[in-house]
Design a protein around this ligand. Sequence first.
Ligand SMILES: Nc1ncnc2c1ncn2[C@@H]1O[C@H](COP(=O)(O)OP(=O)(O)OP(=O)(O)O)[C@@H](O)[C@H]1O
Ligand SMILES: [Mg+2]
Length: 250
Amino acid sequence: MQEEAKTYAKNISGVKIIMNSLHLGKSKFNLTEIVHDLKTPITSIMGFAELLKKGNQSEESKQEFYSIIFSESQRLLSLVNDILDISEKNFLAVPQKCNINIQINKYAKVLKPLADSKNIEIIIQSENNDIYVSIPENKMSRILTNIIENAIKYNRESGKVYIDLLERNGKVFIKIKDTGIGIAENELGKIFEKHYRSETSKTLKIEGSGLGLSIAKDITEEYGGTIEVSSKIGESTEFIISFPVANITK
Ligand SMILES: Nc1ncnc2c1ncn2[C@@H]1O[C@H](COP(=O)(O)OP(=O)(O)OP(=O)(O)O)[C@@H](O)[C@H]1O
Ligand SMILES: [Mg+2]
């Protein structure tokens, strides 16, 4: 599956070149960033289709995989709409709120095949299942997938990813902690810059374009949130994403 994912990443770079040559890059959306985020839904659709092809799952798992394939295809469609610069507000009434707990569980499931490939366990803890934030689901998905994907990619074999969801003083805190390679103190301030990659990840030849975190930070801040990082080199890294809790409970 890893090899296939790499092939797809290359194909997507091809799409980027074609789109740039069509001068669609002048849209208000950043094309490179959207193309970057197309990789995750495509890779998960492929991964779950591959699992279904093997055909040895229970009926319950099959239904779950079908619904992930369906919702990831919807996510692809929404990214394609961004590329076509169709204003979401005019085109589709995208709900401006999302249930954080549901989103976390959804993307932990979507990224499970990637975690399984390194025997990594994702452990989710939530004090409250009913926390809403004023951000469309498709934007929240881009934040969560980029951060959780990193927590898996920069983790050790058989490591753990802990995701904790807390609510304090009108704010929601999403803590995503891994047991991976860590980030040196002098690099912590740079990792949100476009194309920055840590010395350790380059030495270890872990592939990446250095864009995921800048996308996650831009979207978080656009919706009034903050994102912070702390790390112990060689041990662990923790990202804390915070948003004001939305006033809507249902
Ligand atoms: N959980 C983490 N543990 C250790 N290092 C990390 C972690 N998350 C990010 N980094 C470091 O920050 C850099 C920037 O991350 P970012 O997600 O922006 O890019 P990337 O993972 O290299 O590529 P991609 O654009 O495919 O996400 C990474 O290259 C890595 O060096
Ligand atoms: Mg990344």
